[in-house]
Write a protein that binds this ligand. Structure first.
Ligand SMILES: Cc1cc2nc3c(=O)[nH]c(=O)nc-3n(C[C@H](O)[C@H](O)[C@H](O)COP(=O)(O)O)c2cc1C
Ligand SMILES: CCCCC(=O)C(=O)O
Length: 389
């Protein structure tokens, strides 16, 4: 049975009859400002901040807003089904929560609360390698709900192999390999506060709890935490990697593998050649290459280059239901939601994340219906025009 996401709208109005209004705004673009008021400058700067002067993050929004929907009428949109098959998984909507590291800086329940919210709403949770909660604890909180694992591809092969084994053993189905962060970009909001959580041992839970990582230390983590942090900094990422290295991941992961951070059509073609199953068109929310192409401008070019040889996912700039509509019309099979769910977490824990998911999908469902569509599968480039805003 298809989930009726738009029913959340009725639920809100019905609650109003007994005097209850939503605890958080239903316009999700307002959450960032509320979080800015609520949290300290270090944590909120880390989440809201971007690379350079922030122009890539702004371009991500402008590229979505500059595309406008052209609704069609009288097309029977009474029965709608938002479900989508993505990488062989049956999802109730074309949405997953993006991998976001260090969630403990936003809320004490961190990844556990976000993962529970995702599970409750049946949306896949993509767990970051840089989480503040270890893989196994997040899995425990999720029961048998759908979960994917995001890999930061460490210099040390044994650590990478161990992460993959742990994720497999904990029921993570899809591997998302992030390629756009072999180095941390120039991020002025963090630099101005001299704030980097990892140096305080926050966001290192998977490493510090890992036997292969621990094997590289002379003393246990609790006896010399600074040495553990330095070891982490030295092996966390590897700017020396090249395309043939992907063979190692293919050998060590049985399920689908998706490359995150692809914006060039030729890189998408290389992903096909490397036997990958999908790509996430993403510029990391504008946090890596300042001045880079907006993710929504890259999306149609990548989608066209790969056709149906790869599953194309999208993130970077999705804030509203119509953004989801536009990303699918531009060629994405599903979208990953980033910062908005983190603001929901910061403002109201698990309930805040569920609120964000439900608002986004209710708005998407209504946008779909009001534009003359009953399923996401019928969306295409003809549903959009480019228009300056
Ligand atoms: C605070 C923060 C931490 C992030 N951590 C990770 C991470 O650990 N791994 C990863 O692949 N992407 C990470 N990302 C990028 C997101 O997965 C996603 O690409 C991005 O948030 C999309 O942009 P948007 O949030 O502006 O829509 C992070 C993003 C933010 C805002
Ligand atoms: C070293 C970066 C890890 C988290 C991340 O991906 C981000 O902050 O964007």
């Amino acid at each position: 049975m298809a989930k009726h996401w738009a029913d959340f709208q009725y639920e809100i109005y019905l609650n109003g009859m007994t005097g209850t209004v939503p605890r958080l705004p239903t316009d999700l673009t307002r959450l960032e400002e509320l979080t800015e008021q609520r949290l300290g400058p270090g944590p909120v700067g880390y989440v809201a901040g971007s690379a350079g002067d922030g122009s890539t993050a702004r371009a991500n929004r402008a590229a979505l807003q500059g595309r406008r929907i052209v609704p069609r009428m009288l097309r029977d949109v009474q029965e709608r089904d938002l479900s989508a098959e993505v990488l062989g998984r049956a999802l109730p909507a074309p949405l997953a929560l993006a991998p976001i590291g260090v969630l403990s800086i936003m809320h004490p329940e961190a990844e556990t609360a976000a993962a529970r919210a995702a599970a409750a709403q049946e949306v896949p949770f993509v767990l970051s390698s840089a989480s503040s909660t270890p893989i196994e604890r997040v899995a425990e909180a999720m029961g048998d709900a759908e979960r994917w694992f995001q890999l930061y591809w460490a210099k040390d092969r044994e650590v990478t192999r161990s992460f993959l084994n742990r994720a497999k053993a904990s029921g993570f189905s899809v591997l998302v390999v992030t390629l756009d962060t072999p180095l941390l970009a120039w991020r002025p909001r963090d630099l101005d506060q001299a704030y980097l959580p990892f140096l305080h041992g926050v966001g290192t839970a998977n490493y510090f709890s890992d036997p292969a990582f621990q094997a590289g230390l002379t003393k246990p983590v609790h006896e010399d935490p600074n040495a553990a942090v330095l070891h982490f900094v030295g092996m966390f990422a590897d700017p020396g990697k090249t395309w043939p290295d992907l063979a190692f991941l293919r050998e060590n992961w049985d399920g689908p593998i998706v490359l995150k951070g692809i914006v060039h059509p030729d890189d998408a073609r290389l992903a096909v050649d490397a036997g990958m199953d999908g790509v996430v068109v993403s510029n990391h929310g504008g946090r890596q290459v300042a001045g880079s192409i907006a993710a929504a401008d890259a999306l149609p070019r990548v989608a066209e280059a790969v056709g149906d040889r790869l599953t194309v996912l999208f993130d970077s700039g999705v804030r509203t239901g119509d953004d989801v509509f536009k990303a699918l019309a531009l060629g994405a099979r599903a979208v990953l939601l980033g910062r908005p769910y983190v603001y929901g977490l910061a403002l109201d824990g698990q309930a805040g994340v569920e609120h964000v998911i439900r608002c986004l999908l209710a708005e998407f469902d209504l946008t779909l219906a009001l534009s003359g569509h009953a399923t996401p599968g019928s969306l295409g480039p003809a549903d959009l025009v480019e228009q300056s805003v």
